[in-house]
Design a protein around this ligand. Structure first.
Ligand code: NAD
Length: 267
């Protein structure tokens, strides 16, 4: 592998690699030389990511598909163990998998089971991802080193009158948790950052915004006048994963088309 590639010889795990941001990131990381462990709850999704990596132009490093539900600690432990067993180290952990449940609503209507499910996947899953990644990164040959990226959301930093209470709370907690972990591990060469995507054209949001009215209700607030693309998030994640961001830790990295800086949108 050519040494000038931004992730040459690095080993990266991506959760939710079967679709959307995770899939685009798997392809982008592999194109930059990483061995990518593609984890997804959906086996076909994980396999598809590995297949697409193998079809990359110019050849790609070896990738591995692992079926894992990030809502289960044992699955994440096994995922990290498999990555290290296969490739000997772990450099990048992209805790990307998350859900937005259609029954997630306001304080009065959200059922406890929806709250618990959302917290379990979006928050606890990220905690476990950090925990097992940090353990593995500490044992890296050559010394402790790594980059952990946790996917939050622009809704973690702004309020919306279209409530998804559990989702918003889970993402806010990811922001706070990541910041603290970044401080705890800063002196050992492990960086942790949040990726805060704006609203995107991925199935996660588009399945939720299933009428033109629902889409327009959001679109009017987006300064750039369009939903983002998953590849635009992948490029942000790639920056945070690579040594290009070597002095960046504990940040909330916004890739949101300006939405979180906006009072009045341009006409
Ligand atoms: P997506 O629905 O397109 O893809 C998510 C992938 O995660 C799927 O392949 C799915 O099978 C997998 N997955 C779901 N639950 C899982 C679990 N328990 N364990 C392992 N894998 C699981 O979603 P996306 O739009 O690419 O979103 C990725 C992340 O970005 C999520 O954390 C989401 O909250 C966040 N995000 C998305 C948007 C958006 O507008 N799409 C905006 C802000 C933040």
């Amino acid at each position: 592998m050519v040494a000038t590639l931004r992730l040459a010889n690095k080993v990266a795990i991506i959760t939710g690699a079967g679709n959307g941001i995770g899939l685009e990131s798997a392809l982008a990381f592999a194109a930059e030389g990483a061995h990518v462990v593609c984890a997804d709850i959906n086996p076909a999704g994980a396999d598809r990511a590995v297949q697409l990596i193998s079809e990359l132009e110019g050849g790609a490093p070896k990738a591995l598909a692992v079926v894992a539900d990030v809502g289960k600690e044992a699955d994440i432990k096994n995922l990290v163990a498999k990555a290290v067993e296969e490739f000997g180290r772990l450099d990048v952990m992209f805790n990307n998998a998350g859900i937005m449940h259609p029954a997630d609503d306001n304080a009065l209507n959200t059922e406890e089971k929806i709250w618990d499910l959302t917290m379990n996947i979006n928050l606890k899953g990220v905690w476990w991802g950090c925990k097992y990644a940090i353990e593995a990164m500490r044992k890296n040959p050559g010394g402790s080193r790594g980059s952990i990226i946790n996917t939050a959301s622009f809704v973690a930093i702004m309020g919306a009158a279209t409530p998804q209470l559990a989702y918003t709370a889970s993402k806010g907690a990811v922001l706070a948790m990541t910041r603290e972990l970044a401080m705890v591990h800063a002196r050992e060469g492990i960086r942790l950052n949040n990726l805060c995507p704006g609203p995107l054209q991925t199935p996660l949001l588009m399945n939720f915004l299933d009428t033109p009215e629902k889409k327009e209700r959001r679109m009017v607030h987006i300064p750039m006048g369009r939903f983002g693309e998953a590849i635009e998030q992948a490029k942000g994640a790639l920056f945070l994963a690579s040594d290009d961001s070597s002095f960046i830790t504990g940040t909330d990295f916004k890739v949101d088309g300006g939405i979180s800086s906006c009072y009045v949108t341009p006409t």
